[in-house]
Write a protein that binds this ligand. Structure first.
Ligand code: FHN
Length: 483
């Protein structure tokens, strides 16, 4: 069993924050009628928040897609493999803007098939997709009126990738959201002038507010109005130029364009690094926390989504073959669902427009598992316990049943210490038709209103000791009727 994982965050901050008169510096250049006076989305009622989050909490599993001109060098520069993640090559290899623009000029993914990508995600059991509309390199993969540094004007491809994906996703009933980088290594009013170290942290561009007003916000407006995304997934908020006020302002602005949209916590400055949850020292914008490459240690009553690579790079990096196994990915999904979170699993397509085969294979294997066990993941929420030792996770989707998920085959019997079944009820292994024999011994005592030392022993038939006879691989879900 392999798992790879910090603390609760307070999302729904009910403090009032009057919209009109606040917001970004330099007056209000936005289109007035799209923002009602005094509209304050941070003051949303918990009921309204729950209603808005409902599809997302039900979904639990999504595809992250990092794709752009960085797929062209694919992690190589000057004949060398550049250290670190592929999508950072412009910064890591200190590539001057004109030279990097040449990668955009040769970004021509003729094998790109939006329906195929959506099919791969849907068949894996994923319910939503988040694609990089613009990453730190500043290149837009949609037909932007605001900029020429996009797929229509700066590359020979001439097809609107976001349009094609949106249409395919809608067709398949998959929700589509956009990652959008606040940091921009290409824009002269943003981090472009920080060359050679675009992600410096030591310099601050005094013209940055103009970038926010005349570039970032208009592009965000285009994305929301033209493509109606379900989620805006901001990133790159750590730059010194981006402020808490700008974050609150952007959150409210985006919500005023589409009140039901979801916005991650990286719109604001409250994120605690890779652990990803939001500090509580003051009110911050954002609907969910974003642990990165890790899973929360314990549970959180608040919404969170762990994003993770399948190898070590978000963007396509030819040399990176450190692929996680399908078993690891399935165990992560179960662990995250048991802890009340979402799993946003990444793919980094090639410059030709293909999702790498190792990713496709693993997603297909996860899909096989989800077709047997998905009911234990979708809509899962916190139960009394999320684990029963290293090798067992509990998921609960409301109703009369709890799911005990064994991370690996338990052998001839599975012993659980934190659940008492309804007397005389059936225990079933998902995907296996016959009910399983079980016995329950109440514990010697009760602590915290619970039986301690109780033992529920589920006996597994001889037939299932043969791997080929089991309904699935990697993790096994026992459906238990609660007392
Ligand atoms: O710098 C980015 C990185 O390239 C990638 O997009 C990840 C995904 O969450 N976020 C940032 C690092 O925290």
């Amino acid at each position: 069993m392999t798992l790879s994982s910090a603390n609760p965050l307070s999302v729904v901050l009910l403090s009032m924050f009057a919209w009109a008169g606040c917001g970004s510096p330099g007056g209000d250049s936005r289109d007035p009628e799209s923002i009602g006076p005094g509209q304050d989305f941070l003051g949303e009622s918990p009921e309204a928040f729950d209603a808005r989050m409902e599809w997302w909490r039900e979904a639990r599993f999504g595809m992250f897609i990092h794709w752009g001109p960085y797929a062209v060098p694919a992690g190589e520069y000057d004949g060398e493999t550049v250290r670190g993640v592929g999508e950072w090559i412009m910064n890591t290899a200190q590539i001057p803007i004109p030279e990097y623009e040449a990668f955009a000029a040769s970004f021509d993914p003729v094998l790109f098939d939006a329906e195929e990508w959506v099919r791969i995600a849907k068949d894996a059991g994923m319910k939503y997709m988040i694609i990089t509309s613009k990453h730190h390199d500043g290149f837009g993969i949609w037909d932007s009126e605001v900029s020429d540094y996009d797929i229509m004007d700066a590359s020979p491809f001439g097809r609107d990738i976001l349009r094609e994906l949106k249409d395919a996703a809608d067709e398949a009933g998959i929700r589509l959201g956009f990652y959008h980088s606040i940091m921009d290594w290409h824009h002269p009013d943003a981090q472009g002038p920080h060359y050679p170290t675009y992600n410096t942290g030591e310099k601050s561009n005094p013209d940055f507010p103009r970038y926010v007003e005349e570039y970032l916000r208009p592009q965000v407006t285009e994305l929301v109005r033209e493509y109606d995304p379900a989620v805006l997934w901001f990133d790159g908020e750590w730059i010194p130029e981006w402020t808490h006020e700008m974050g609150l302002d952007m959150n409210n602005y985006v919500r005023s364009l589409k009140p039901e949209i979801l916005v991650n916590n990286r719109v604001d400055k409250g994120r605690q690094g890779m652990q990803g949850m939001t500090r509580t020292d003051q009110r911050y914008a954002g609907d969910f926390g974003t642990p990165e490459q890790e899973i929360l240690e314990g549970t959180s009553t608040l919404d969170w989504e762990s994003c993770m690579t399948m190898n070590d790079s978000w963007g396509y990096k030819a040399a990176d073959e450190r692929w996680k196994s399908a078993e690891t990915l399935i165990h992560n999904l179960v662990d995250i669902a048991a802890k009340g979170g979402n799993y946003l699993l990444n793919v980094g397509p090639t410059a030709e427009g293909l999702i790498p085969e190792p990713s496709v294979e693993r997603l297909a294997e996860i899909g096989e598992w989800m077709r047997v066990n998905g009911e234990a993941v979708y809509g899962s929420r916190l139960w009394d316990h999320y684990e029963d030792g290293e090798a067992v996770r509990y998921t609960f989707t409301g109703g009369a049943f709890v799911y005990a998920v064994s991370l690996g085959w338990p052998g001839e019997e599975l012993v659980l210490t934190k659940v008492e079944p309804e007397a005389g009820s059936e225990i079933n292994l998902l995907g296996y038709s016959e009910a399983l024999p079980w016995s329950y011994e109440a514990g010697p005592g009760r602590a915290g209103g619970e039986d301690t030392g109780s033992r529920l022993t589920i006996t597994l038939p001889e037939a299932l000791q043969d791997e080929a006879a089991r309904p699935c691989d990697h993790a096994f879900v026992f459906k238990i009727q609660l007392q």
